[in-house]
Design a protein around this ligand. Structure first.
Ligand code: UDP
Length: 232
């Protein structure tokens, strides 16, 4: 298979169908714009399984996504899209960069705060506003930015109660979107403990990539726990 692109967590391959690609989930772990790197055997399979179940869940609730089907333990088939270079972050509880940047107290409950970050590794994915997004040509018009916010909130409205039933708090998460060959907006990339923060609702134990970022250990066990709760 022809390698189209290699990112920090996935490799993208061409298929015989020009409208479809295969995403391979790697075991690599990176944080702080890849300044911290490691690998966790079996993480790719866990993320592939988690993303499959969550995209299927979202699709069953009417969210348009790039997900087509699971292909193997580490691979999914996706619709080929042009990725919009914006990371859409939804925050339900203050932590991470929000607390550092604005001094908001860790754990403050937020009313689904939506933020845009410019997807650009050499600039360190800076926070941007709508006018910056237009200036940078990330989107052709403001309506698309409104659509991104609306879709991100719709995803939150499905995922937050889904995880709450499984005794997990969805603290925050990052989404990416793309446009398909017909210019339809599709939710793309992945939804995994690499891209979301999950806290156990009873103990507030972190069950996501923060275990790697903060050297808390048991990274794989946390991802396994998230998968087993999704399956429960
Ligand atoms: N996030 C991500 N990729 C990034 C930056 C953030 O998936 O390049 C996710 C992160 O896992 C968290 C949310 O987006 O669920 C908000 O992250 P934050 O801005 O707090 O960044 P961090 O503290 O990770 O620098």
């Amino acid at each position: 298979m022809e390698l189209l692109y290699e990112g920090k967590g996935k490799r993208l391959f061409a298929t015989n169908n020009p409208d479809e690609v295969i995403a391979f989930f790697k075991d690599d772990l990176t944080a702080f714009n890849a300044q911290k790197k490691s690998s966790e055997e079996g993480k790719g399979k866990l993320n592939c399984a988690i993303t499959t179940l969550l995209f299927e869940l979202l699709q069953s609730h009417g969210i348009a996504t790039h997900f087509v089907r699971k292909h193997s333990e580490n691979e999914i088939v996706c619709k080929r899209v042009q990725i919009i270079p914006i990371e859409v972050v939804v925050r339900n509880v203050a932590t991470g960069s929000l607390t550092k940047r604005l001094g908001v107290r860790e754990g403050t409950i937020l009313n689904e705060l939506v933020e845009f970050y410019y997807k650009n590794d050499s600039l360190g994915d800076p926070l941007i506003n709508d006018e910056h997004a237009l200036l940078l040509g990330c989107v052709p018009h403001t309506n698309l930015l409104e659509q991104l916010r609306k879709e991100a909130r719709a995803v939150n409205a499905i995922l937050t109660p889904f995880f709450a039933k499984r005794n997990l708090r969805l603290i925050d998460f990052k989404l990416e979107f793309g446009l398909d060959s017909g210019n339809a907006l599709l939710l793309a990339d992945e939804i995994t403990p690499d891209s979301c923060r999950f806290w156990d609702a009873t103990s507030n134990e972190k069950l996501d990539k923060d275990r790697f970022r903060e050297d808390l250990g048991n990274v794989k066990m946390a991802y396994e726990e998230v998968l087993s709760r999704i399956l429960s």
